[in-house]
Design a binder for this molecule. Structure first.
Ligand code: KMH
Ligand code: ZN
Length: 312
């Protein structure tokens, strides 16, 4: 495919469930701050907003539909961006509980995690001496004992209740090579219709490491399994975020940035906002002769149902 002038979808993952308020003043957790940062990220060039909710009082991760409703209508009113709700925002709830917000609002997209795995942030627990909120330390420290559960039966339920019933398109989050084979099995058994949209996730403790060789390995495996009937994007966790996003774009893929995945704008320097990261990756794309896709272009590229068909 001709690279020059190619449109690249920028996804911005605004707050997530990994980082905690002590780590950065920029990490939004109040509904109005999530909305403000999401809108600014869209204005900076993000076509897709990947959204988690937080408890607005103490910043704890939340899958309460009411907390999502604290910011979704505002974002929809102020931007044309595609709204993508997380279905992975808790390591302790069932998948049925995790998809409740998306069932309520029927967004154009949701995440769908393609395998069960260790998903641990426990090394972060020893990096800070004091904490803004009392939940933060134990949340991080105890993540060494959690299994992020996404069995085939769970995946089939999400495919049925969100894919079939709500016509939601998935951001298939694949954290390792085996997850690509899981996705292939699910496509072959009729759960998802290609072209699928795959998010290669590199650098999570429990998944594949964040380096270029692994990115190429993921891409080559996906090429082998899916031919040209898939679209892809890359999320590099932590310090690898910008380097892997830039590499992905030059290899023909799309990119994801945002404070969910990295709190930094460059090595050792905290980002001021999600929009700052979007602006940076957009500049890198432009330097390589690539352009940020608009929300309308992203809808066309991914075959989305359109914002008029959401329920919020
Ligand atoms: N924070 C990412 C590594 C989800 O929301 O479903 C994983 C993620 C999961 O985005
Ligand atoms: Zn997420």
């Amino acid at each position: 495919m001709k690279q020059s002038g190619r449109k690249v979808i920028i996804t911005c993952a605004v707050t997530g469930a990994i980082h905690t308020p002590t780590m950065s003043d920029a990490l939004p957790y109040k509904a109005e701050d999530i909305a403000r940062q999401a809108i600014a990220a869209a204005e900076a060039g993000a076509a897709i907003l990947h959204l988690h909710a937080r408890n607005p009082v103490n910043g704890a991760v939340s899958i309460d539909p009411e907390h999502f409703m604290g910011f979704l209508p505002q974002i929809k009113d102020a931007t044309d961006a595609v709204i993508n709700l997380s279905t992975g925002g808790s390591l302790t709830n069932t998948v049925a509980e995790r998809i409740a917000p998306a069932k309520r609002v029927s967004p154009e997209m949701t995440s769908l995690n393609m395998g069960s795995m260790n998903f641990s942030m426990h090394p972060l627990a020893s990096k800070y001496q004091s904490w803004r909120f009392d939940w933060e330390h134990d949340y991080l420290a105890n993540s060494d004992s959690y299994i992020f559960r996404n069995t085939f039966r769970d995946i089939a339920m999400v495919a049925r209740e969100l894919g079939e019933e709500e016509n939601v398109k998935f951001e298939h989050e694949c954290y390792d090579i085996g997850h690509l084979y899981n996705l292939k099995f699910c496509i072959d058994t009729g759960m998802f219709k290609p072209p699928v949209f795959i998010q290669f996730v590199l650098g999570i403790l429990g998944g594949i490491g964040a380096d270029l060789e692994n990115l190429v390995f993921m891409k080559r495996t996906a090429d082998k399994l899916f031919g040209d009937s898939y679209r892809w994007s890359v999320l590099g966790a932590g310090a690898s975020q910008m380097d892997l996003a830039t590499a992905a774009a030059t290899l023909g893929g799309n990119v994801r940035v945002g404070l969910e995945d990295s709190l930094f704008i460059s090595r050792g320097q905290l980002a001021e906002s999600n929009a700052q990261q979007v602006t940076k990756i957009r500049r890198m794309l432009n330097e390589h002769g690539l352009e940020a896709a608009s929300p309308a272009e992203a809808r066309e590229m991914l075959g989305l149902k359109g914002r008029a068909n959401t329920k919020f």
